[in-house]
Design a protein around this ligand. Structure first.
Ligand code: PHE
Length: 453
């Protein structure tokens, strides 16, 4: 068992917030969130998502951080340490498997961002870009097996390289400089999108709830999106929490991560929907977003900026970095597991999991036009539904039950009080972790059974 020093610690509380927000903020907020909004009734989904973040996401995040910091271990090790000889360790194994599976298709989309960076640099999006053109560019690119697999390989190789160098050297340095830049650029692009002629239709689709579209599906996907975007339910925050110092305040750290991630997702929607519905020929009533939504819309808004070329290049660089800080956190969970539990060297563990995710990612890479068979099966969508929604929700549910009824709320509160002696939200958090979050997730999962079976 390694000591805290050997595991490495974050340089400071702010460094942890950057690294954890780096994990959270990524394609989940910028690529996946707008797709979810467009499939699930627009504004009504936005509200459900915000509620899910506040009442369930924050609760689970604090639970994971407390478990991780107390145990000072990867998810499998943490459960073994806190409840030795019990089946709880399987929740950790589940997280490790979920991490590898999410990493596989997530890296395909991150690969698209890489491909788009290349396209922007070579001038594919020069001048006004029409919707039809943007759609054509995306579908041709996503359907090219060689290009998408090469891009997937590049993403996994970069991620593996950063993880091989360890937590401090790798993750921390990147996040601190580039995350604030991404934030600035997103705000800037949102302002441009909001001032487009015709932006109003998009704004009302995004912000004016239509109650007739409310159904339990909306909640299923909103809660799933909250877990996905906040990196919860598979032990990422547990692993990151294991590197936090005892002096740091877990509550405010969790609050900052939830807030910054939700803000980025919200602003991403503020860019996508006004731009989309201000584009000639697009009718909100008939529009059906595909996996490429973000990749089809961003070149349009960027082409409407003076100096668009520079902004385009900058945007795709920052998107790529946001995606990489997330792939890094996905790879860190299985890597930390092999290092801590099986004494593997860091380089060997990272390369092994990296190679596995690459192979697993190939079917997803080919499923957006590359192979007609895999596209018909909708492999990427299925992977995302199973691992990105259901497994994260099951994981989060089990983490709440473990904390509330096995490890115990008293032990968790003791851990939380180190670094935060007066935790004012205590009664609310205790109620949420014991009752509200598990109950909500159970109800939602019962429902999903009904729609699939
Ligand atoms: N939160 C990341 C994103 O939104 C994805 C992720 C999910 C990372 C689960 C780690 C664990 O891009």
């Amino acid at each position: 068992m390694s000591s805290p020093e050997a595991r490495g610690n974050w340089g400071s509380k702010i460094a942890f917030i950057f690294a954890a927000s780096g994990s959270a903020i990524g394609l989940g907020s910028i690529w996946r969130f707008p797709i979810m909004v467009s499939h699930n009734g627009g504004a009504i989904f936005v509200f459900a998502y915000i509620l899910a973040v506040i009442f369930i996401g924050f609760t689970v995040m604090l639970a994971e951080l407390a478990i991780g910091r107390h145990a000072q271990k990867n998810p499998v090790g943490a459960f073994k340490y806190l409840k030795p000889g019990t089946p709880w360790k399987f929740v950790g194994y589940m997280g490790v498997i979920t991490g590898v599976c999410i990493l596989s298709y997530y890296s395909v989309v991150a690969g698209w961002a890489f491909g788009y960076l290349y396209k922007t640099v070579v001038g594919t999006f020069k001048g006004e870009v029409s919707w039809a053109e943007s759609e054509r560019i995306f579908s041709n690119f996503a359907a090219n097996p060689l290009e998408t697999i090469i891009c997937l390989f590049i993403i996994i190789a970069l991620t593996t390289w950063v993880i091989s160098r360890g937590v401090k050297g790798g993750i921390e340095r990147w996040s601190k400089i580039l995350m604030p830049m991404l934030f600035g650029l997103i705000i800037f692009l949102a302002i441009r999108a909001l001032t487009l002629p015709g932006a109003g239709t998009g704004i009302s689709f995004y912000l004016k709830p239509d109650l007739s579209r409310l159904n339990i599906n909306v909640f299923f996907f909103a809660v799933g999106q909250a877990f996905f975007s906040l990196s919860l339910g598979m032990g990422t925050m547990m692993t990151y929490g294991s590197y936090i110092s005892k002096r740091d305040n877990l509550v405010s750290s969790a609050g900052w991560v939830c807030f910054s991630t939700t803000l980025v997702a919200f602003l991403a929607g503020m860019i996508i929907f006004p731009t989309l519905f201000a584009t000639p020929g697009i009718n909100p009533g008939e529009f059906k977003a595909g996996t490429g939504l973000m990749f089809q819309v961003f070149p349009i808004i960027i082409s409407k900026l003076p100096g668009g070329y520079i902004f385009g290049v900058l945007f795709f660089i920052l998107l790529l970095v946001a995606a990489l800080t997330s792939t890094i956190s996905l790879l860190e969970v299985p890597t930390a597991f092999l290092i801590d539990e099986h004494n593997w060297r860091r380089e060997k563990a990272a390369s092994f999991i990296g190679a596995l995710s690459f192979l697993l990612g190939i079917p997803s890479a080919l499923s957006v036009g590359g192979s007609s068979y895999l596209s018909r099966l909708g492999i990427m969508g299925k992977m995302d539904l199973i691992f990105g929604n259901i497994m994260l929700a099951v994981g989060a549910l089990l983490i709440c039950i473990f904390l509330a009824y096995s490890w115990g709320v008293t032990s968790a509160l003791k851990e939380i009080s180190s670094g935060n002696p007066d935790f004012r939200l205590k009664p609310l958090w205790v109620f949420n972790v014991k009752i509200l979050a598990p109950l909500a997730i159970i109800l939602i999962l019962i429902f999903i059974k009904r729609i699939t079976g």
